[in-house]
Design a protein around this ligand. Structure first.
Ligand code: ATP
Ligand code: MN
Length: 464
């Protein structure tokens, strides 16, 4: 007999049916005569109750059914007398597949997030992390479905890159050089000629530049892959290794880009509410009582769209009215998370898309506005998170782009292939990057980005 997964059993169970289930014991309680085992197999948030009469199984075997142990149980599905569930199993055969002694770190409930991060190899076995990682899977499916249904092609951009001009963040180097014996030239610079790639290489901070090559060939593409940033910022919203989704679309202008971003996020949030109902409800109950309300709010409301310059005015007015920020506000400043969250949570009480940022604080490839000061950038700002998406219309004019590259002293020899797109049949195009884990923060209600990725990489931490 093949075993049935608990999710399936719960949706198809009928009294009188025989079944075999396999999973990990969450709890065992009961009396001398009868034992109630709450079994979880990870297929869903719900446990399945296994009732074991003490006189039906060997006493030694019964002792081995402890919290954390892996068991297989066979028996009859019956209507449950208990209040927690409709059905339970009256076990006729029980086998311990894997014993678990009392050093198992998940004995009791209510561990701190920090403690659970230290046992990240086991935390998926908790209710909360089980729910989070099922939602994570579902969000990946939502993303692929969204783009696939709209005719976008999933394009794989490289993780190892030799152009350090992306400018989106500090890069991790990739080398096979012997670090104990580094050869340097007469200026003291490291010689990379004999390194694996014959030049300095790094892990990518964004797939965008290659994504643009694809968009100017396939029309509409997206990437979805790991991204690396060696920024030494220990915040609840930054990881050194995270996943990013980057659509890039030929012939889209900034407004089309905003429409796409808004439709995309709403699609993902709707998917979470519909397809991860049990897990989202669990998180709403246990983690964040306003979660579902917030998710529904985002789906129902149009995002506010506002130029950066007007955002700065609002923040300056707030300061004049007595509001205190940690970081200064002035035209030209890069907004800190506290500023973004003020606009979203206190001023508009709604997600905000901020556009037309000063060119000095944005990347070289963004389309320049006629004012000479701003670029056609757009950041989507969300409650509790701040920036969830960063994007722009791209500068498609060869001369303007080249001028900007020269102004910023970006090494040209690395950029020839990117500039070719503007030389050979250039076209208007736009795109953005969504941080997958920032989206997950939003749909799970979790507060720390370390808790929505299975094995977080942050400064000083790369265990598991
Ligand atoms: P921030 O200002 O929050 O550091 P950024 O402006 O450097 O972000 P972008 O280069 O615009 O980020 O990257 C696009 C998206 O990737 C961001 O909107 C965010 O959702 C996500 N992101 C960026 N850096 C990180 C990180 N270190 N960890 C997790 N997600 C990130
Ligand atoms: Mn950004």
């Amino acid at each position: 007999m093949r075993h049935t997964r608990i999710k399936e059993l719960l949706s198809t169970a009928q009294a009188g049916q025989e079944a075999l289930v396999k999973g990990w014991v969450r709890t065992k309680r009961g009396s001398k005569q009868v034992n109630f085992v709450a079994l979880n197999d990870g297929s869903c948030i719900h446990n399945f109750q296994i009732v074991i009469d003490s006189d039906k199984v060997d006493a030694e075997l019964l002792k081995r059914i402890t919290t954390g142990a892996c068991i297989a149980a066979k028996g009859l599905i019956v209507a449950s007398q208990g209040s927690g569930q409709a059905f339970e199993m009256q076990a006729t055969e029980v086998e311990v597949l894997g014993d678990c002694d009392n050093t198992y770190p998940l004995q009791k409930k209510g561990h701190s997030w920090e403690y659970l991060r230290d046992i990240a190899h086991l935390r998926p076995r908790t209710n909360t992390f089980g729910a989070i990682f099922r939602i994570r899977h579902n969000m990946a499916m939502a993303i692929h479905t969204f783009f696939h249904e709209r005719g976008f092609y999933y394009f794989h951009t490289p993780l190892i890159t030799a152009s350090d001009c992306e400018g989106a963040g500090q890069m991790f180097q990739v080398t096979t050089k012997n670090l104990y014996n580094l050869q340097k030239d007469e200026n003291g610079s490291i010689i990379y000629d004999d390194d694996f790639f014959g030049k300095q290489a790094s892990l990518t901070v964004s797939g965008q530049l290659e994504g643009e090559l694809a968009a100017t060939a396939l029309g509409s593409i997206y990437t979805f892959g790991p991204t690396f940033r060696a920024e030494n910022s220990n915040t609840p919203r930054h990881l050194a290794e995270f996943w990013m989704i980057e659509p890039e679309v030929a012939f889209n202008d900034i407004v089309d880009n905003m429409d796409l971003a808004e439709e995309f996020i709403k699609y993902c949030v709707t998917w979470a509410l519909e397809k991860c109902k049990d897990d989202v409800e669990f998180l709403n109950k246990m983690i964040d009582p306003e979660l579902i309300e917030r998710l529904n709010f985002v789906i129902k409301h149009n995002f506010v769209r506002l130029p950066y310059t007007e955002g700065i005015k609002i923040l300056e007015d707030a300061i004049a009215a007595g509001h205190k920020f940690e970081f200064p506000v002035f035209w030209g400043c890069d907004l800190a998370s506290e500023h973004e969250r003020y606009l979203v949570e206190q001023h508009f009480k709604c997600p905000v898309i901020l556009t037309d940022y000063p060119k000095e604080i944005k990347a070289f490839y963004m389309k320049q506005n006629d004012d000479g000061k701003t670029v056609r950038a757009m950041d989507v700002l969300f409650p509790k998170i701040g920036e969830i998406i960063g994007g722009s219309e791209r500068e498609e004019n060869y001369d303007k782009l080249l001028k900007r590259i020269e102004e910023l002293n970006i090494p040209m020899k690395d950029m020839w292939w990117y500039l070719d797109t503007r030389k050979f049949g250039t076209c208007p195009h736009s795109g953005f990057g969504l941080g997958f884990e920032r989206l997950l923060l939003f749909v799970t209600g979790m507060a720390n980005i370390r808790d929505v990725i299975p094995f977080p990489r942050t400064p000083g931490r790369a265990e598991f």
